[in-house]
Design a protein around this ligand. Structure first.
Ligand SMILES: [Mg+2]
Length: 292
């Protein structure tokens, strides 16, 4: 039996907002691996970027990418492949919404009014993306390989952004704000993807049937995800005030920022899960004893 499943944002949460380092979380990650607790990225990054990071992190399970617009699961991970999934490189992919081309076609409707206030990340050169994000050139190229969402570099005012988001919603799409960009999706976002995957893992993998779900994030695009898991961790950010999830209890806010805050918060939550487990085991033992 495995006690928990962790769904985590990457930028600003498991990775340092400025340097993208996860050094401060290394020993926690190693301890989780030893206990069979999977860490599943849930990020605005592309599959290509996430796959590369997962190699560095030594993760070999599923990933949720492009703000929840798509999920990739290794074929040998023990989950059934949905009928409409696509296969690539030893994994199947399931998307929750239309392609990026469809989203762009919809956005074109707004471009006359708004076109001078945003720029598509995918239309920038690798060098420009590297300059905006601080990524190296290879990672910048990977960041442009979007398939199910459109990422915008916002050039207008924050107030403009609110009006723009309302107009995007009128077209049956939604804007979510990450640490750096505005992402336009035509699906439910991180919360929908985490709920879908968590349900699938708990029903199809008997070893995770009783696993507690934990999510971790730092920005507005994580709030809904932080509301759908059993427990949640809000990691403090050096660039913004912590957003406010609407949940009652089960939420930890880290003291430290980025990966150090991630390690601190996840350790506290896992300790809580294990305490509950011990109490549950004790109670069921007492119950067996009484029944006998
Ligand atoms: Mg983030």
């Amino acid at each position: 039996m495995n006690s928990a499943l962790i769904y985590t944002d990457l930028d600003g949460t498991l990775l340092d907002h400025h340097t993208y380092s996860f050094d401060a979380a290394r020993s926690t990650l190693a301890a989780l691996k030893k206990r069979g607790i999977p860490v599943i990225p849930c990020t605005s990054k592309t599959r290509s970027e996430t796959a590369k990071l997962m190699q560095a992190l030594a993760f070999d399970g599923p990933m949720i990418v492009e703000n929840g617009a798509a999920i990739w699961v290794p074929r040998d991970w023990g989950l059934s492949r949905p009928d409409n999934a696509v296969d690539d490189d030893g994994a199947w992919g399931h998307s929750f919404g239309p392609s990026r081309a469809m989203i762009r076609r919809q956005l074109a409707i707004l471009s006359i009014e708004w076109g001078n206030r945003y720029q598509s990340l995918c239309d920038l050169s690798d060098k420009q993306v590297a300059a905006v994000t601080g990524l190296d050139l290879d990672s910048a190229a990977r960041a442009k390989r979007r398939q199910h969402s459109e990422t915008l570099v916002w050039l207008g005012t924050p107030a403009d952004r609110t009006t723009f988001a309302e107009q995007v919603e009128a077209l049956d799409m939604r804007c979510v704000e990450g640490g750096r960009f505005v992402h336009v999706l035509a699906s439910g976002g991180k919360a929908e993807a985490v709920s879908w995957l968590n349900h699938k893992i708990r029903t199809e993998r008997p070893d995770y049937a009783d696993a507690i779900s934990i999510s971790a994030g730092d920005a507005a695009n994580d709030v809904e995800m932080l509301e759908v898991t059993d427990l949640a961790l809000l990691v403090r950010s050096p660039v913004s005030e912590p957003p406010k999830p609407k949940r009652q209890g089960g939420l930890v806010i880290s003291d430290a920022m980025g990966p150090a805050g991630w390690a601190e918060g996840i350790e506290a939550l896992i300790a809580r899960v294990e305490e509950e487990e011990d109490r549950g085991r004790l109670l069921s033992k007492r119950h067996d004893h009484n029944a006998a």
